[in-house]
Design a protein around this ligand. Structure first.
Ligand code: CU
Length: 567
């Protein structure tokens, strides 16, 4: 309702006054969700930089221990800076990768993506969300492959998929508390899925899943009027995303249901499936908190495997599909070393506690370790034999070389573990072109949003340029690289340069525009790249010679070194 109200405001005055009024009269969480989503989508919101969500609703980003200390500090009027530890103990091996699922920036990325592409979005709000279903696949696929590389960095096997008729391996004790409504419910290890009253039966989930497998096996989806929609093409993945999430864009929600959305609720309620204990919703039911639970990645591996089943059913790319005639990559590599470390980071907790007029605020902060990396650049030498200038689409991927047992991935199994590092367009003059692309420029990442306080200070000072922080959808740039290992973890760095004249959607305008278009598109516009997301590594590769003999695709071996903690 509030989103609708704000979106229909024609001028700033209407929007601000409504926001001010409803701020006092609505549930806080609903208010924040509606306001953030409206700012992203309303024309009035252009250029607004919103404060980082972890400083607006800290309850959903930090643990209950920290929150309790903040309450005490507020009551005793003593400033405090509290250490935020990752959930659990070393007895739980999942804790080794908790820094990823509990990273406050990664959580903001996940929330923001779902605000950029709400499942309830209708085109009557002003525009069509281009390739929303495919982006749903791609953004979650990238979350799972990134998580898998973090696991390999920490000597853990990659994630296994969730299955409805098998026990849920990992339990989870969230140590997270609602501002109103008590503790998030916990779930013990190895429980079997239970039907959830008022949500779905396990059987329903299995039926939904098998209808989707059927669609993939048939190569078509049946829409609500019984019409057949072919999915054996580049656009099939988009349709499949629409039915799996599902969103208002689903051509037949009645039949294919809402596998992903329901699965989140099913998992969130397994601690109290029949509502006997009046527990609030689980972490899996909020975009802010979902990735904390290790089953988030099991669930998304399961969804991902369905998408891969479809992609693997499409014919592999031929040399002609991949070729960019006249363009050869002579070399690809990095300048600077690929080094990661943990850094100390502080954020503001003042919004975690209530304030009252006449009572002075007290400084409340939390500090946490965050993954970061040293600056580096991707470099390449690309030869253009075409005689004239051409436009190249540069696609960069980082793919782990070995699984946790030291077994080397071949092309067939390895291509699905590749992390998208960057995608950009560059003009290539005749002859040799030396390309340098900084890690900070990556089209999959966003910089750190300035703190709430510094945004207030900047706004008060009156002269600021916050342009680069307009979007918070995207992997935090400091997490561009997986953690890697002390002695170096081996990856293949892939570069594919394809014909930008063919790939780029926007023929006018600046083809080299930055931003986080790879995972989040360009706001209100068509997705800039005409190729399927993940191209050219998104289809099966039964014969590696097709890649090896294509001179506009090349890879090299690199190592990612983990340096430990920096202060
Ligand atoms: Cu999600």
């Amino acid at each position: 309702m509030l989103f609708d109200v704000l979106l229909q405001c024609k001028d700033w005055d209407c929007a601000v006054k409504n926001a001010a009024y409803w701020r006092e009269h609505m549930n806080e969480g609903e208010f924040v969700y509606a306001l953030y989503t409206a700012v992203i989508h309303s024309d009035l919101g252009h250029g607004i930089v919103l404060p980082p969500l972890y400083e607006v609703t800290p309850h959903l980003f930090t643990n209950s221990e920290v929150i309790q200390k903040a309450y005490t500090a507020k009551m005793t009027h003593t400033a405090g800076n509290f250490e935020m530890e990752f959930t659990g103990t070393k007895k739980n091996k999942e804790q080794r990768v908790a820094y990823f699922g509990e990273d406050i920036g990664m959580n903001v990325h996940h929330v923001t993506w779902h605000m950029d592409f709400p499942f309830w979005w209708e085109d009557k709000y002003g525009h069509h969300l281009d390739r929303k279903g495919e982006l749903f696949f791609w953004v979650h696929h990238q979350l799972t492959v990134r998580f898998d590389s973090e696991r390999l960095s920490n000597y853990l096997d990659m994630v296994d998929e969730l299955q409805w008729d098998k026990p849920i391996e990992e339990g989870f004790a969230p140590h997270t508390i609602y501002k109103y409504g008590g503790e998030f419910p916990a779930r013990p290890d190895h429980i079997h899925f239970e039907d959830v009253d008022g949500v779905a039966r396990v059987r329903d989930m299995i039926i939904m899943e098998s209808r989707i497998h059927d669609a993939i096996a048939h190569g078509y989806i049946t829409d609500k009027d019984g019409k057949v929609i072919n999915i054996m093409n580049d656009e099939g993945i988009d349709k499949l995303g629409d039915i799996i999430e599902s969103s208002v864009y689903s051509p037949n929600a009645q039949y294919y249901g809402a596998l992903h959305n329901l699965a989140h609720i099913m998992l969130g309620r397994q601690g109290d499936p029949h509502g006997k204990y009046n527990m609030p919703p689980g972490v899996m039911e909020h975009f802010e908190t979902a990735t904390r639970d290790p089953t988030f990645f099991r669930l998304h591996k399961y969804m991902d495997n369905i998408f891969k089943e479809h992609k693997d059913s499409l014919p592999p790319y031929t040399h002609e599909d991949l070729d960019f005639p006249g363009v050869d990559i002579e070399s690809v590599g990095v300048e600077g070393e690929l080094k990661t470390y943990f850094e100390h980071y502080e954020f503001d907790l003042r919004n975690a506690v209530d304030s009252a007029q006449g009572i002075e605020d007290v400084d409340l902060k939390a500090h946490v370790d965050r993954l970061n990396h040293k600056d580096f650049s991707f470099v390449a030498d690309v030869k253009n034999n075409n005689g004239g200038e051409v436009l190249g689409t540069f696609r960069i991927y980082l793919c782990p070389d070995y699984d946790n047992n030291g077994e080397k991935f071949d092309y067939t199994s390895g291509h699905w573990h590749c992390i998208e590092m960057d995608k950009f367009w560059k003009k290539l003059g005749p002859g040799n072109n030396h390309i340098v692309r900084k890690s900070s420029e990556s089209a999959v990442t966003v910089p750190d949003v300035p703190s709430f306080q510094s945004l207030i200070d900047a706004a008060d000072s009156g002269s600021v340029d916050l342009h680069e922080f307009e979007r918070s959808c995207g992997i935090p740039n400091r997490m561009l690289l997986p953690k890697g290992k002390k002695d170096g973890m081996e990856f293949s760095l892939w570069l594919a340069v394809t014909d930008g004249k063919h790939d780029l959607t926007h023929s006018n305008g600046d083809p080299e525009h930055g931003g986080t278009h790879a995972l989040c598109g360009v706001h209100g516009e068509t997705y800039p790249d005409k190729r399927p997301m993940g191209f050219p590594l998104d289809r099966s590769i039964p014969d590696r010679r097709v890649f090896d003999e294509t001179t506009n695709i090349k890879f090299t071996h690199v190592k990612v070194y983990y340096e430990g903690h920096h202060d």
